[in-house]
Each structure stands twice: as structure tokens, then as C-alpha cells.
Design a protein around this ligand. Sequence first.
Ligand code: IGP
Length: 257
Amino acid sequence: MTILTQILAEKEKEVVQLKKNYQPASRLKDVRKRSLYDSFLNAEEIGIIAEIKRASPSRGAINTNVNPPKQAAQYVNNGAGAISILTDQPFFQGAMSDLEAVRNTVDVPLLNKDFIIDEIQIDRAKDFGADVILLIAAALPEQRLADLYKYALAKDLEVLFEVHNQVELAAANEIGAKIIGINNRDLRTFEVDLATTEKLAGQVSDPNKLLISESGFRKREDVERVKQAGVKGILVGETMMRSGNLQQTFRDLQIPL
Ligand SMILES: O=P(O)(O)OC[C@@H](O)[C@@H](O)c1c[nH]c2ccccc12
């Protein structure tokens, strides 16, 4: 059984509980919409989505003492264009309350990073302050992805549609995803290879698609590589969470387009 399968099995249980217990109610103090698409598509620099990730199945504990709103504020002060908040608890030690806390601290677009398999998780993401949700092509059949995509749009959320190979990229196009995340990490094997972005980004010619490269960014040359491939943004987790000098880390990774 792959890790993705294990995570999805846990999500099934979480969704059962949510359907029993979750009382939909917006917690938003500031309802203004923050668009990842608009802010990244025509930017003059590579956009950086900095992630809050305490731990992960592939890397174990990363930074379990993080204070999410404080960390998010530092990300934004150093130039992050958006923040990703991992809210999965069993595998990543995140929480929905992290998202809410960050929402009340910074004003950039927020991505709720989780394994979404059901509409109720989208309702909850919206309630807790997400502007963008993640849909992982590898997690669900295409018809289900299409349904969830539509549901999110109807709730005025944006979707980062995550792909890792050509079949998944074809699904993204079929569904009409405007923001495509190319994950350099294979969620089945954990192997990270920036060539994934090089291969897949070259197959997207529509200038109205916003391409984001995800995972494995450590140094400037990594960003140069995916910039050549045509992406407008990068998603950086571990390097941010381990950085002892965020100003320096952002200086290294932020390059003009
Ligand atoms: O820590 P990294 O290598 O910078 O990766 C960040 C991000 O791309 C990664 O956390 C991620 C990409 N897709 C996901 C799906 C679920 C959970 C996590 C992820």
C-alpha cells in the first residue's frame, strides 16, 4: 500500500466524522477575496508560495514548534506572494485552526493544503479562510475531480490542481483547471525530480494557465530551472520551515521573470 493510499484511507474516516459533526459556519473576519491567479499570472518575479508544514511522511519532523501566524507573517514580510497551510493532522501534524490563525494575520492568498475527497472539506476550507484549495489528480477518479472542481468554483474558491504525469495533466486540461501545480515529488515513492516540471510545463502552451512548480526547492539554480520551463510560481515547504534566515532564503529563491 502506498503512502497516498494510507492517507486517503484516513481521510475517508475523517470525512465520516465531519459529516456527523461539522457545523458549517464562516469564521471569516475579512471576507475580501484574495486571488492567487490574479496576483501570480502577471507578476514580474517568480511568485513564492511559502508553506507551513510541521512534519511530513517523507521527511518526518521538520519544525514541530512553529507558530503558524508568526511564521506566515515572516514569510509575507520577506516577500511570499501566498501561503500554503498543511492542515492534515495524522500525517503532517497540521490543523484547521492553523489556517484560521494565519487568515487573521496576513493578507495574501491562502492555500488550504489537504487531501480533499469530499465536498464537506471544501465547505470547511472556505469557513476557515482558504482562498485556494488543492485537488490532487492522483487521489481520485477524473469525474470526482471534475465535480469537486466545480463545487469549489461555485463557492468562489480557486483550485490548485496538482499533477505529476501526462495522464494527470490531460485530466487538468479536460477539467479546465486554470492553476496547475506540477508536483516534483512522486506521492507514491517520495522521489523528487525537477525534471517533472521541465517535462510537463513544456506541454502547456496556453498563456492563461498559471503554472506552479511544487516541492524540492533548495537553491537559486532550482528556481532558474523551472523558470526556464515556463512556470510563474513555486511552492516551497521544507526549505522555508528549516530556514534560520528567511530573508536570505527569499533572496536566494526570488528571481525576476
Ligand atoms: O517541502 P517541499 O519539498 O518544499 O514541498 C512543498 C510542497 O510541494 C509539498 O508539501 C506538497 C506538494 N503536494 C502535496 C500534497 C499534499 C501534501 C504535501 C504536498
